[in-house]
Design a protein around this ligand. Structure first.
Ligand code: GTQ
Length: 346
């Protein structure tokens, strides 16, 4: 049974004012805003940030703003449906393109939001995460979980650019977002230790058996190995099987961060994938190749290093329009949806 709900205008003005004076509001005029029938209201727009258009502006930021004046030199991907002031790509995902120039350092800090880096271009960059030196090459995924010290360095010759993704919108909504600045870390003498200790799926350090599980045992996922895994999976599976791998915690098999999830997908030449509608929002980042997505009826073409926002519950198709494999990286908030018990596919 569906009633037509009363409006604010139907109520005596003095009554509405007396409620406001007591910091009260009647629910019924606002009920359909917060609880629409059958399908959620979404302000997030399907949208592509094109690296070809952005790159020169990022380089200009390098000329205009020294690193000391920026702390982190980032252009934030702001979803046009959500406003420039919110600094969000989707309701839960903050994403930005960060530039570090040769010789620069982005000083050590740690914060309540968790972050990841996904490298777009440049050699010689590295991030130190709780003392562990993590090299940054194109396509590498590096985790800086909530509370871990991290600082970025550049020992190479050309600009280094990466995609940052943070669960900042969630932690900010919790009024729990803050940063602590720290001293430069001494890199320990076992660079890339987690990647060495957890090099292959199915093998974990013997000493970790029976111990309390490390929260974040593996913090760097080199693209070279992820790419090869996708290529091998594609050659060993049927032409219609999706070639899609999730980045997980090798000790637990669960997603590697609590709120955001990460995965990499290969689309064969000409292949089209049509995943179910998911309640999670996501961004797609193009590592190699080009193609097109249909997102809720909006057609979006994409090319290498572009990043695309996908709203919750969107009807999605992705197609490889080139003659080489496409590799894409996905960030979604499905881990949070699953933890809250609200994840849906339909
Ligand atoms: O590199 O630590 O894009 O703290 C936003 C906040 C990057 C970082 C961002 C950050 C960082």
């Amino acid at each position: 049974m569906s009633y037509s709900l009363g409006t604010l205008e139907e109520l005596p003005k003095d009554y509405v004012q007396s409620l406001a004076d007591l910091s009260l509001a009647p629910l019924w005029p606002a009920l359909r805003t917060v609880l629409p029938h059958d399908f959620p209201t979404r302000s997030t727009k399907p949208f592509a940030w094109r690296y070809k258009q952005i790159r020169s502006h990022l380089m200009r930021a390098g000329e205009l703003t020294p690193i000391e004046k920026a702390e982190r030199r980032v252009l934030v991907l702001c979803n046009p449906g959500l406003g420039l002031d919110k600094l969000i790509a989707t309701p839960t995902i903050y994403a930005g393109l960060q530039l570090i120039l040769p010789g620069e350092t982005a000083e050590a800090h740690r914060h309540t939001p968790s972050a990841i880096r996904f490298v777009i271009e440049g050699d010689g960059g590295y991030t130190i995460v709780n003392g562990e030196k993590c090299p940054m090459e194109k396509g590498d995924l590096i985790l800086t979980p909530s509370g871990t010290w991290h600082e970025h360095w550049h020992a190479g010759k050309n600009p280094v650019v990466w995609l940052d993704a943070l669960d900042l919108p969630v932690i900010y909504a919790l009024e729990h977002s803050y940063v602590i600045e720290g001293k430069r870390q001494a890199a320990n003498n076992a660079p890339d230790r987690s990647q060495t200790a957890y090099r292959r799926a199915g093998l974990v350090p013997y000493g970790s058996l029976g111990k309390r599980r490390e929260d974040y045992p593996l913090i760097r996922f080199p693209w070279r190995e992820v790419r090869q895994s996708l290529v091998d999976l594609a050659s060993g599976s049927g032409a219609k099987d999706p070639v899609h791998l999730a980045y997980v915690n090798p000790e637990t098999g669960a997603e590697c961060l609590p709120i955001l999830g990460f995965s990499a997908q290969l689309l064969r030449p000409g292949e089209e994938v049509a995943p179910p509608r998911r309640s999670s929002s996501s961004i797609l980042h193009v590592i190699e190749g080009r193609g097109v997505s249909e997102i809720d009826g909006t057609t979006i073409e994409w090319d290498e290093s572009d990043t695309v926002a996908i709203p919750t519950h969107a009807q999605v198709r992705h197609r490889n329009t080139g003659d080489k494999p496409v590799f894409v990286f996905h960030v979604d908030d499905a881990p949070l949806h699953r933890k809250l018990g609200v994840y849906e596919e339909h």
